[in-house]
Design a protein around this ligand. Structure first.
Ligand SMILES: Nc1nc2c(c(=O)[nH]1)N[C@H]1C(S)=C(S)[C@@H](COP(=O)(O)O)O[C@H]1N2
Ligand SMILES: [Mo]
Length: 427
């Protein structure tokens, strides 16, 4: 029985009480588990519910609930948003309840052997530094993890970790972020030569080994770049509690795991720093990786502005979507449609067709695209989009994405299912 549940994989996050309780306990992510294949804990912490790790309301119209602290953005409403996702519609990936922080007494501590004048900053101190505003996509490294098979294709018998978050396309957003440069803050503490920078949050994550703070080690070469920020505003407003109030990191173009929320400490080190807590699991391991690889730069990905399973009327449609990459500007998107002709058999309905890019390609923020679909007739379909960036990365076929144990870095194209109904059966 236990075994069956572990193999269960509906992607809806509604796979039964036992699994949900486990998700609540395990801090809701593939990255929160210290070891692969460990048995699910027997019970949840008292009083936990699926929403314990999220402060704001997350209505099902706008969010898919992927587990405690994992609220995926639904793509259907995105067409109404403009380039930027409103703060209260932005996906959430929390491994613990956001800490309650009083900004007037909060301090950011700067420590480490690479600074000669360790000091702390108040919020007002940060506002006195030069302010920078950037439009950036924020994309979870584990976005699209649901499109990996649960077992590696090589059949070596290792499962994706039990309780890993089954994100579809929606662990991504884009916002206008305002803050200060990491570099300016560290310079004010007397930064010398640094190798690594550790960003540590004030949230307290329960793990089988005890409570840890979320932290990310970023090489100094990245952390000290012009567009590596400590942000306090999101789309012109204070950061919401779920998104890191009062201060979070933003490493432009890198996986969102490095965007540490509720920052408390930054340590600059003259030596390599060992990853701690969830970051220890943020590695690509599996049959295709003889040695573990730490993913950094965000993958090329794309999505259609449709909810999975949506119904459309027959006739002419324009399909909209967005494509993004941490490695460079998107310069091409193609869309293909297949029709279900018999159980399990799909036939091309619209072969790969170049989409029109609707916004001038801008680095590190997604580009919007559209493609016409004329004369859609009743039936069941699956639609796929495939983007390419200027660095030459193209989204591969699903079968060509190397599987990894933590479900990280999926960049293949993936199907979105929809139904075209005869006119009179439209809801
Ligand atoms: N302190 C802290 N920072 C964190 C996390 C966290 O659990 N704790 N999750 C990380 C991950 S994996 C992601 S994908 C992003 C999600 O940011 P968002 O919730 O603002 O969308 O925050 C990152 N920063
Ligand atoms: Mo994430």
């Amino acid at each position: 029985m236990e075994d069956r549940r572990r193999h269960d994989r509906t992607g809806s996050g509604e796979t039964g009480c036992s699994r949900r309780r486990f998700l609540a306990y395990s801090a809701a992510g593939p990255l929160a588990l210290a070891a692969v294949g460990q048995a699910p804990p027997r019970r949840a912490a008292p009083g936990t519910t699926r929403q314990d790790f999220v402060v704001q309301e997350t209505p099902s119209r706008y969010f898919s609930h992927r587990g405690n602290g994992s609220e995926e953005m639904k793509w259907g409403p995105v067409g109404g948003y403009g380039d930027l996702i409103p703060n209260d519609r932005f996906y959430i990936h929390n491994r613990a309840r956001p800490p309650h922080i009083d900004r007037s007494s909060w301090r950011l501590e700067i420590t480490g052997d690479a600074v000669s004048r360790p000091r702390s900053f108040s919020y007002a101190d940060l506002l006195a530094l030069p302010q920078v505003t950037l439009r950036r996509t924020l994309d979870c490294g584990a976005n699209c993890s649901a499109f990996f098979p649960e077992l590696p294709p090589s059949g070596d018998g290792r499962w994706l970790p039990t309780g890993y978050t089954q994100w579809h396309f929606g662990a991504v957003g884009a916002a206008e972020w305002t803050g200060v440069r990491v570099r300016d803050v560290l310079a004010a503490a007397g930064l010398g030569h640094a190798v690594d920078v550790r960003f540590t949050g004030l949230d307290e994550i329960a793990t089988p080994e005890g409570t840890v703070h979320y932290s990310e080690v970023v090489p100094a070469g990245k952390a000290l770049r012009d567009d590596s920020l400590l942000v306090h505003h999101m789309n012109g407003a204070d950061l919401p509690a779920d998104h890191g109030y009062p201060l979070r990191a933003l490493m432009s173009g890198w996986g969102a795991n490095t965007a540490v929320k509720w920052l408390g400490t930054i340590e600059a080190s003259v030596r390599r720093l060992p990853p701690q807590g969830p970051q220890r699991n943020q590695v690509l391991i599996g049959p295709s990786y003889p040695t573990p690889v730490r993913p950094t730069v965000g993958r090329v990905r794309s999505a259609l502005e449709l909810d999975d399973g949506v119904t459309l009327p027959p006739g002419d449609h324009t399909l909209h979507g967005r494509a993004w990459s941490g490695a460079g500007t998107i310069d091409r998107v193609d869309v293909a449609i297949e029709r279900l002709i018999a159980p399990g058999r799909w036939m091309p309905e619209m072969p790969w067709r170049g989409a029109t890019l609707l916004t001038p390609p801008e680095p590190l923020i997604w580009v919007r695209f559209e493609v016409p679909w004329q004369g859609a007739r009743p039936g069941r379909y699956r639609v796929m989009s495939r983007a390419r960036d200027k660095a030459g990365n193209v989204q591969p076929r699903p079968a060509d994405v190397p599987w990894n144990q933590h479900g990280l870095g999926y960049d293949g194209h993936a199907p979105l299912y929809l139904t075209v109904l005869p006119p009179r059966t439209m809801p």
